[in-house]
Design a protein around this ligand. Structure first.
Ligand SMILES: *Cc1c(COP(=O)(O)O)cnc(C)c1O
Ligand SMILES: [Zn+2]
Length: 401
């Protein structure tokens, strides 16, 4: 494998076992736990200025600026120059929330319109290094679209299992990228089952499944490197994240801990998990003081990207929320769609429906007195609003607009 200098290998988050990345493409061979890429931080000696500047000088955009803290170098990566997304100041929202600043990290500007591209870039790069010809995953939609795009770039076949309620844009673009798509009747759990049935028969399919591949949260962690640089190394007072499986949240928490380990920051940003009331297993576990979620039996929300009733890594999501001093909040679908429309109307910024759960969640947190008047609040717009134009528009029509 072609890896970066400080990359050591994979460590199991459950049993602590260490493994060679060349040997293990998925879960821990000993206990089935999640594998996490590790680095020799002592071998790196970045300053805030030099953190990514060699890469910047080389003209590299996006996540590969941070290649010293990724497993693979850019020259061995499958990339569409994902990442490098703007942090947009939203002064009217700040006034409405009664805080100092609200900033939206606009992940909708990624190559396939969502932050899933960050994870797909690193995971498909790993697949290529393992010699994969076929990749497979189940997805609510955006991860499948991203995987099919990167697999197309890599010359691999992608096998994508989506529930019938996945958005039209996702399904259409999986087709356009040449993906082998299985539209499974029902919800995400049904798509996961169909994926597992096929995987049991196929040992030549390389899994890109959430928290099976060790590399999706690793790719998504770059959101926090970008954020803290864009904030000139001022730790935000809250980062509100629309949470499904929590891959991005776990990734950002890891990134913040790495920067602290490297001596570049002292503080961890308080991370808030925002969900829809129609599927809020993480919020429920947080409020009840539990370490793990209970599967949500009847998930029902219009926020497809975060409709994950059984998030397998909830222990790590809850740990990140608690260790960072954050929280968890759920709002209902009507509030979520109103939030998407309000952000579009007041700031011009187009939020996806799942992402707008972070906006309506921030309103709710402000209402309950969670924020101070000079706080800096960051919302993650994990996907482009125009993927969900029909949903947001129909909410306006329901109100006679
Ligand atoms: C996948 C997705 C999420 C949730 O991501 P996790 O990291 O699994 O919690 C949120 N928003 C959008 C638009 C998504 O596609
Ligand atoms: Zn293990």
């Amino acid at each position: 494998m072609q890896t970066t200098e400080a990359f050591v290998g994979l460590e199991c988050l459950d049993c602590g076992g260490s493994f060679d990345a060349a040997d293990e493409p998925g879960r821990c061979p000993d206990c089935g736990g999640i594998l996490d890429p590790t680095y020799d931080y002592d071998a790196l000696d970045p300053s805030r200025n030099s953190f990514a500047s060699d890469a910047i000088r080389a003209g590299r955009a996006g996540i590969w600026r941070y290649e010293s803290l990724l497993p693979f170098p850019r020259e061995a990566a499958l990339t569409l120059d994902e990442g490098g997304t703007p942090l947009v100041d939203c002064p009217r929202l700040a006034a409405e929330l009664g805080v100092g600043r609200v900033l939206i990290k606009d992940e909708g500007r990624n190559p396939t319109g969502s932050f899933k591209d960050r994870g797909a870039a690193v995971a498909v790069s790993a697949a290529a290094q393992h010699g994969a010809t076929d990749v497979a995953l189940s997805s609510a939609g955006n991860a499948g679209q991203a995987a099919s795009a990167y697999a197309a770039r890599a010359g691999m076949e992608s096998h994508v299992f989506v529930p019938s309620r996945a958005s039209f844009v996702n399904k259409a673009m999986i087709n356009v990228h040449g993906g082998d798509m299985y539209v499974v009747e029902g919800q995400i759990g049904d798509a996961v089952e169909a994926y597992e049935d096929v995987m049991a028969e196929r040992d030549d399919y390389y899994s890109l499944q959430t928290f099976v591949t060790p590399y999706r949260h690793e790719g998504k962690k770059t959101m926090y490197y970008e954020l803290i640089e864009q904030l000139q190394w001022e730790t935000p007072d809250a980062v509100v994240y629309p949470t499904g499986g929590g891959v991005g949240l776990v990734g950002m928490h890891k990134a913040a801990r790495e920067l602290r380990e490297l001596g570049l920051v002292d503080e961890l940003p308080p991370l808030y998990a925002a969900q829809s009331e129609g599927c809020a297993p993480i919020v429920e576990a947080f409020e009840e003081g539990r370490d793990e979620h209970e599967p949500w039996e009847y998930p029902d929300t219009i926020c497809g990207g975060i409709e994950i009733p059984d998030p397998g890594a909830s222990r790590f999501v809850l740990e990140a929320v608690r260790e960072s001093g954050g929280g968890a909040v759920a709002t209902d679908d009507q509030d979520v769609m109103d939030a998407a429309a309000t952000v579009a109307l007041h700031e011009g910024l187009e939020m996806g429906v799942s992402c707008a759960a972070a906006a309506s969640g921030a309103w709710e947190l402000a209402r309950t007195g969670e924020f101070d008047e000079d706080d800096t609040i960051v919302l993650l717009n994990t996907g482009a609003g125009n993927k969900d134009a029909d949903l947001i528009r129909s909410r306006l029509m329901a109100k006679g607009m």
